[in-house]
Design a protein around this ligand. Structure first.
Ligand SMILES: Nc1ncnc2c1ncn2[C@@H]1O[C@H](COP(=O)(O)OP(=O)(O)OP(=O)(O)O)[C@@H](O)[C@H]1O
Ligand SMILES: [Mg+2]
Length: 354
């Protein structure tokens, strides 16, 4: 366990309360919330797709979202087991900083009340939809919101489609189970300076965009896909240039500033011409799928999308020269890489969650 996991696990083992907000301005009593289930009259919808919690839509004086902690998370690793507690800690930190950036008012779900020991998290209901098309507007907003979170020391790891809602063209984030604290002035992310691979747009690409672009490519062909990818990188450059300026104004250390500058330059070079764009696309596709497959396998929580990512990697390995692929994957021999993909496939079938 790392320090964060040890701290959360020891809090979890204690009897200490963790409460956010109050029920005073609502008509709820705590035991009423505790007893909410699928038979309750107030419940108009139940969403069971989440691995950490079960979601109840509740109609009372207003429309609420009640997230009830599952007894055991469906993500079978320590971060999964601690994700509900972690989410409450992040929500508190966002509330503390709620006036720092407009995005916290506009783009982050409002927390009304949470009680860790009772496994209850009550929020406003967001009347939105998960993104359907790859519109640059919501992508740009999502990058900006993730970077605002980073500015207050929160690194959001799980920018998957299921964790993004869009309402009237406005993005809302609401799931902070895998959002970890760090100091943005001296670290790249919550892994300190050890993992420069991980950053806001990388998280969105890895968890969502590169698989969506794969589907988009099947329908629209390579050229349109590369153009859309270019738009995404342009959006990234705009947001990262602003973020870099902010970090500089706050006195971030050299290493962090150079890190962001390098990413911006890599993207600028990557969108300069079609060959560079295709090479950058291949790099981000391979990286995204490999990381996400590892993530699903480590949590023993795979889906048909995990299998799709694996088969796409096989396709690419046979489509490009091994020299092009080998630069971006941790293997020297093509056969070994294909064997590894085969074993990923077997495990991903074993770990399909219901
Ligand atoms: N405040 C909200 N308003 C409307 N819908 C919501 C809200 N919060 C969550 N949802 C819906 O419920 C689903 C599951 O919620 P959430 O992502 O918080 O659960 P989870 O168990 O933490 O998920 P994960 O599997 O990503 O860990 C979301 O994909 C979203 O569709
Ligand atoms: Mg979620």
């Amino acid at each position: 366990m790392n320090i964060r996991q040890r701290e959360l696990a020891s809090f979890d083992q204690s009897n200490e309360e963790y409460i956010i907000g109050t029920l005073q301005n609502t008509n709820f009593k705590i035991d009423e919330l505790e007893n909410i289930d699928e038979n309750s009259k107030l419940v108009s919808e139940i969403i069971e797709s989440g691995l950490t919690g079960v979601i109840f839509k509740i109609n009372k004086d207003a429309v609420y979202n009640l997230k009830r902690k599952r007894k055991t998370s469906k993500v079978k690793n320590i971060d999964g087991q601690l994700s509900f507690l972690n989410e409450l800690i992040c929500r508190s930190k966002i509330i503390e900083n709620q006036w720092k950036f407009a995005s916290f008012q506009n783009n982050i779900v409002k927390t009304i009340y949470a009680n860790y020991r009772k496994g209850i998290l009550l929020s406003e209901w967001i009347d939105g939809n998960h993104p359907k098309a790859l519109d640059i507007d919501w992508i740009q907003d999502t990058i900006n919101i993730a970077l605002d979170l980073q500015k207050i020391g929160l690194f959001e790891w799980d920018l998957s489609r299921g964790n993004i809602l869009v309402k009237d063209k406005k993005v809302k984030l609401f799931d902070f189970g895998y959002c970890y604290q760090f100091d943005p002035l001296v670290a790249y992310n919550s892994e300190g300076l050890n993992e420069p691979r991980f950053h806001a747009l990388e998280r969105l690409e890895t968890r969502y965009l590169m698989l969506a672009l794969y589907r988009y490519e099947k329908e629209n062909g390579k050229n349109k896909t590369l153009n859309l990818f270019k738009e995404i990188k342009r959006a990234g450059i705009i947001s990262y240039v602003d973020h870099h300026a902010y970090l500089e104004s706050q006195g971030a250390n050299k290493q962090v500033l150079v890190h962001f500058q390098n990413i911006i330059e890599e993207w600028r070079d990557g969108i300069a011409d079609m060959d560079a764009l295709e090479a950058l696309y291949l790099k981000e596709v391979l990286r995204s799928h490999l990381l996400d497959i590892h993530d699903d396998l480590s949590g023993k929580s795979c889906t048909p999308d995990t299998l799709l990512r694996i088969s796409h990697l096989k396709e690419l390995t046979n489509q490009y020269t091994w020299r092009q692929i080998a630069t971006f994957v941790d293997h020297t021999e093509k056969e070994k890489f294909l064997q590894e993909l085969e074993s990923f496939h077997e495990n991903a079938i074993m770990y399909q969650h219901s």
